[in-house]
Design a protein around this ligand. Structure first.
Ligand code: FAD
Length: 425
């Protein structure tokens, strides 16, 4: 079993696109995942001089290693945004999540990217009458507000979505789809490079200050003057760069394993229609087929980043066999992990701090939303778009979190595991 992301093994990072840090630039984007690349693409297409820097490899964060699930909504659920901020912001944000899915599809279907792998929809999987009622309630609320086409699938038809005995109800969104995350991330990297954006890897930003020309950013490779700075650092945000920003966001770990290729017939016995799916619970699992007929399952034993990968693989394999015991003899070929950026309100944010703009906080919903928020922030800076709904809501902090120690994740993980075992939602 390799301790490396399957996606990057399957589709290696492009070479020869990076260069030196310039002394100045109109727009400096810190972080080269989907958020940073999507912002850079729009700014460069408008003729701006753009530099993207990354502390590690280009697109080496969550964007090249995630599960590749694309769907609408935010982690908190737009129903809670509605409850907190009312129908106008609720509606605007919902429409933005719809546009996010269209934007990713547009990026992913570009001929040089070709990252869409499955178009069979997205399903939340459950079991029993409690989950059925929860899905019914959810589907009814979204239908009444946005006329969504989500279907509640019961025991009679569950076999059309998923094989085995573990699940007997689902909430199905026919518009969800699956991408190959590394093809999308590296494809966008090639697109921004073609648009003339400078890409600088191994270049950690370590300080921000205002200057006569806008901002001065200190990096490991020297200082750079920028008219505007965009922080697109999400789950990799550190105190070193901005103490203020770091205390608004938790870094939470997510881990994935894939099986060896099973062959088309065996993979279709698990996911007949190519749906991407997740098990509704607090420490949830997400599962799908890959383009080469492996089964992928992701999730976490605890909310911490940097968990032991062998233990994570064991834990995820137990979950996999709990759902599909028939996979007992399938070898696990890869295990890896990555960081999610999770704000306390579980809703993404665009904001300004220490003179720099930021867009982050997607939790597990970032494939679509990171592309969208990068695009929206670029539109705001170009003066082409009105302020994004994600910039209109309060970005909450917590008195018990200064960004230094996430001690509370251990007891929270224990409570979540306990509630999941009892199926208390
Ligand atoms: C294992 C896993 C599975 C996931 N599955 C899904 C999924 O199926 N569907 C979904 O919608 N979302 C999923 N997500 C979430 C999604 O991948 C992320 O929300 C999205 O990729 C975030 O993109 P980003 O560009 O904001 O951040 P990232 O892609 O994480 O990029 C941030 C970059 O900032 C750089 N950086 C940080 N600090 C500095 C600094 N000081 N100087 C320079 N560079 C810096 C980092 O090196 C990193 O490359 C998953 C995440 C993980 C980890």
């Amino acid at each position: 079993m390799k301790q490396a992301p399957f996606w990057v093994d399957d589709h290696p990072r492009p070479d020869g696109l990076t260069g030196e840090l310039p002394d100045q630039t109109d727009y400096l984007v810190v972080g080269s995942g989907y958020t940073g690349l999507s912002a850079a693409l729009r700014l460069a297409a408008a003729g701006k001089d753009v530099t993207v820097i990354d502390a590690g490899d280009i697109a080496g964060g969550a964007s090249s290693v995630n599960g590749g699930f694309v769907s609408r909504d935010v982690k908190a659920g737009i129903d809670s945004v509605y409850a907190a901020y009312g129908p106008q912001i609720g509606h605007e944000m919902w429409r933005a999540t719809e546009r996010a899915v269209e934007l990713v599809r547009d990026y992913a279907e570009r001929p040089g990217i070709n990252a869409v792998t499955h178009t069979g929809g997205m399903a939340a999987l459950g079991r029993g009458s409690k989950d059925l009622k929860r899905f019914d309630r959810h589907a009814a609320w979204f239908r009444s507000k946005f006329n969504t086409n989500w279907e509640v699938v019961d025991a009679r038809d569950i076999h059309t979505l998923v094989g085995g005995e573990a699940f007997n109800v689902a909430l199905f969104d026919p518009d969800g789809f699956g991408v190959h995350p590394a093809r999308l991330a590296f494809g966008l990297t090639r697109e921004v490079h073609r648009e003339g954006v400078r890409l600088v890897d191994g270049c950690r930003a370590i300080g921000l200050e205002r200057s006569s020309s806008g901002m001065r950013v200190t990096t490991q490779q020297g200082a750079i003057e920028a008219g505007e700075v965009i922080l697109a650092t999400n789950g990799h945000t550190t105190r070193e760069l901005s103490k203020e920003l770091n205390r608004l966001l938790l870094s939470i770990g997510s881990y994935i394993i894939v099986t060896e290729p099973l062959g088309r017939e065996a993979a279709e016995a698990i996911f007949p229609g190519g749906v991407v799916a997740w098990r509704h619970k607090r420490l949830l699992n997400y599962m799908r087929r890959t383009h080469d007929d492996r089964i992928l399952i992701g999730g976490r034993k605890s909310l911490h980043t940097g968990l032991d990968l062998n233990e994570s693989a064991e834990d995820l394999r137990d979950a996999l066999l709990g759902y599909w015991p028939e996979l007992e003899s399938a070898a696990i070929t890869h295990v890896w992990g990555g960081n999610l950026g999770v704000p306390f309100d579980l809703t993404p944010h665009i904001g300004r701090i220490d003179g720099a703009w930021y867009a982050l906080g997607y939790a597990g919903h970032g494939v679509a939303l990171s592309c969208q928020l990068g695009f929206e922030l670029a539109g705001m800076l170009l003066g082409e778009d009105p302020p994004s709904a994600f910039s209109q809501i309060h970005h909450p902090a917590r008195s018990y979190y200064s960004g230094r120690s996430d001690w509370f994740l251990t007891p929270v993980s224990t409570v979540y595991r306990f509630l999941d075992r009892l199926n208390i939602g």
